[in-house]
Design a protein around this ligand. Sequence first.
Ligand SMILES: [Zn+2]
Length: 131
Amino acid sequence: MREKLYRFMSGRNGMDELARMQSWVVLILLLLGLFTRLGIFSILALALMIYMYFRVFSRNTAKRYEENQKYVNFRYNCTVQWNKKKKRMQQMKTYRFFKCPTCKQEVRVPKGHGKIEISCPKCREKFIRKS
Ligand SMILES: [Zn+2]
């Protein structure tokens, strides 16, 4: 039985990161359908499940790899963006951020020093802002 399955799956894409994420979404959609009793969730879950299995059993592994890679990159970018935002939120308490009027470079200055002259680290332009 195990060998049969192995032979069946050889040359096919199998579960990748994208498929794993899709199976979670299917589960969430099914639960939503269960709780809300809205048919649309079950239909979406079914459609996504069909697509997921299509990818898992697909023999066009190059194409599937590309799709998976896109998803992994997207997820990575989201994490980077999220961490950037989180860091910014933490710094908002103690710093103010200004854009250089000449080169649009972002400049970070400590809060609560009143009116100060800021010199851009990139183009050396000086401008006055309230910190
Ligand atoms: Zn500048």
